[in-house]
Write a protein that binds this ligand. Structure first.
Ligand code: E4P
Length: 218
């Protein structure tokens, strides 16, 4: 049950990685653009922080993705997971990179059929996009459940990394249907700690504790 952060904001990653509860990071071109930084500077900073698993997205033709994936894997070693889209070119690149023992995350998965092809291409992870499926009036968690069910039935080595997660309840639901990893924005990770009844209960315990201490001092 692994938690990844879906961001390229290294300050936030550092803060949350320090909890010991975060296992990796996923980035994409949009998140890198939002950070306003050079992608490789971001990856290097995360490696220096000790992040063991960083998804680094590559673009272009199949050949270009292979070349870039090889280069990134050589530069960043075992910490690098090369992220490719679930297209013909992306899956062809996945097959080649996986055959060279380079970890690949196949992203932009919107159907079980795509996840099956990615698993056959040797992907370490498939990333079904829960929130974007929900946005289009399908059920993102059901898609995750369908994929985990197929992978379990066929003892696939590919892990399911639920992505595009936008709220805490989706995190629990994705793990509940067997997702190996859930990647989420830092805001969602922070909200996982919260529950109104924990706060209320804590207030009451504190009040009672204070009154016990006051009465024993009298
Ligand atoms: C997956 O790895 C992507 O980075 C991400 O989860 C996409 O999320 P979004 O749909 O919120 O952009």
């Amino acid at each position: 049950m692994k938690i990844f952060l879906d961001t390229a904001d290294t300050e936030l990653i550092q803060k949350h990685f320090a909890t010991g509860l975060v296992d990796g990071v996923t980035t994409n071109p949009t998140l890198i653009k939002k950070s306003g930084r050079d992608p490789e500077e971001v990856y290097q900073e995360l490696i220096d922080l000790g992040l063991p698993d960083i998804s680094m997205e590559v673009v272009g033709t199949g050949e270009e993705m292979v070349a870039e994936g090889r280069r990134l894997a050589k530069k960043f070693g075992q910490n690098a997971t090369i992220k490719v889209p679930c297209t013909r070119g992306g899956l062809a690149a996945c097959r080649i990179l996986a055959s060279e023992s380079i970890k690949v995350n196949v992203t932009l998965i919107f159907s079980a059929a795509q996840a099956i092809l990615a698993a056959k291409a040797g992907a370490a992870y498939v990333s079904p996009f829960v929130g974007r499926v929900d946005d289009n009036s399908f059920d993102g968690v059901s898609l995750v459940a369908q994929i985990t069910g197929i992978f379990r039935e066929h003892v696939a080595r590919t892990q399911v990394l639920a992505a595009s997660v936008r709220d805490v309840s989706s995190v629990s639901k994705c793990f509940g249907v067997g997702s190996d990893i859930v990647t989420m924005p830092p805001t969602v990770f922070e909200k996982m700690y919260n529950h109104i009844l924990t706060e209320k209960g804590l207030d009451l315990f504190q009040q009672d504790w204070d009154s016990v201490n006051n009465s024993t001092k009298e």
